[in-house]
Design a protein. Structure first.
Length: 172
């Protein structure tokens, strides 16, 4: 732990819940993987009671991989058979670990509690492309409805002309 920055040392020594924000390349995954394993081994938490949430699928995959490699390293370094058994159990449980993106985490909560969220239990989350299409359709519908409203129609037409002319100026 001697090569850690003061912020990394503080994060690793924090007890309980931890939210970590930092720039890319600052060692978040390094710290979180160690913190995750410490929570299981040193604090005795069950793997099902820990949530490691990131923003991207890539970051979640990297975190999962680093934790897996850390466990393997600790197993190969350990001389204590009881500790090895515990680590091997953790490695087997890792497949069901809650290491995911914020989107996946929220979807899982909604799937677990659809009635409370007032959702159809068979709901399917939409992807980014469909989301953008729905937004475009909503904006288009709002504009069409606004054209039917005489009070808004003149202002809306003016704004469309202004923004369209600015867009055309940038293109030309």
């Amino acid at each position: 732990m001697s090569n850690l920055t003061p912020h990394q040392q503080a994060a690793l020594s924090t007890k309980g819940h931890l939210a970590l924000t930092a720039n890319a390349g600052s060692g978040k995954t390094f710290v979180l993987s160690r913190k995750y394993l410490d929570a299981i081994i040193k604090e005795g938490l069950d793997i099902s009671s820990i949530a490691a949430i990131t923003f991207t699928d890539k970051a979640a995959s990297e975190l999962y991989l680093k934790i897996s490699l850390l466990i393997s390293d600790k197993i190969s370094e350990s001389k204590d058979s009881a500790e090895k058994k515990k680590l091997e159990k953790v490695r087997r449980q890792l497949v069901s670990a809650n290491i995911s993106t914020i989107h996946s985490f929220c979807i899982n909560i909604l799937r677990d509690y659809p009635v409370e969220a007032q959702l159809d239990a068979r709901f399917i989350p939409i992807d980014e492309k469909l989301s953008e299409e729905l937004i475009d359709l909503s904006v288009e519908e709002m504009i069409r409805a606004s054209f039917d409203d005489d009070l808004v129609s003149g202002e809306l037409k003016y704004l469309i002309r202004v923004f369209a002319s600015k867009l055309n100026c940038k293109i030309n």
